[in-house]
Ligand binder design. Sequence first.
Ligand code: FE
Ligand code: FE
Ligand code: ZN
Length: 278
Amino acid sequence: MLHIGCHLSSSAGYLAMGKTALTIEADTFAFFTRNPRGGNVKPMNTEDAAALTELLRERNFAPLVAHAPYTYNLCSDKEANRDFARRAFREDLERLEYLPGNYCNFHPGCHMKQGSENGIRMIAEALDEILWEDMKTTVLLETMAGKGTEIGRSFEEIRAILDRTALGEKMGVCLDTCHVYDAGYDIVGEPDAVIEEFDRIIGLDRLKAIHINDSKNPFASHKDRHEKIGLGSIGTEGFERIINHPALRGLPFILETPNELDGYAAEIKLLREMQQAD
Ligand code: FE
Ligand code: FE
Ligand code: ZN
């Protein structure tokens, strides 16, 4: 069973996202924990969260993959930005306690020319303040394309953050197909070698979710422009191998392709059809 869904708008609330997911044959989805530009947050509606939790259980959803705003930069060169990211991220995770057992993914950060070593240290220090022992959400680091000063463009950088965070053993990783291909991991030509490298450096037990996106740019271009499934440089055959790879089966796959809901429904159908029988 392929667990697949897409990024949904949270503007109508939690239960509404679950109902929308069902209309497009999704059994997982993503949503921003607050406005993607990192602005104010609506008061928490705990009844709405409980109603979604009930729906997820009844309809056998795979874990959801919430996304922290990409404006959070835990390793900014400006203290005010680091502070904002720490406080807002912590608040987002406190709110997610009302949707227990799901994932929350975030972009590690941009080191702003302070060097990746310093950036990794700042991210780990921030996570030590943000995470707590018995939290019900698993926080995921996203693999990045390596645009600008982005951290997380190599499996080694992801590993280093996990190693230096006190509660790092409770964290996981979300692999974005567009980002890793853009970062120079050839998941099209050598998927087995890339997955073997992930296992050797990070450990496949830490891989909790996949962002499934095609790329507008050629291999190793470090640009991060998502394309619709099959229309980019990864291509239909590439995705056929990715979704059927034995090491990835069973994970939640999240589409972040440039689509409206009907486009997502078509991609979910396409990927479900591509899935080979067990
Ligand atoms: Fe992301
Ligand atoms: Fe992504
Ligand atoms: Zn991206």
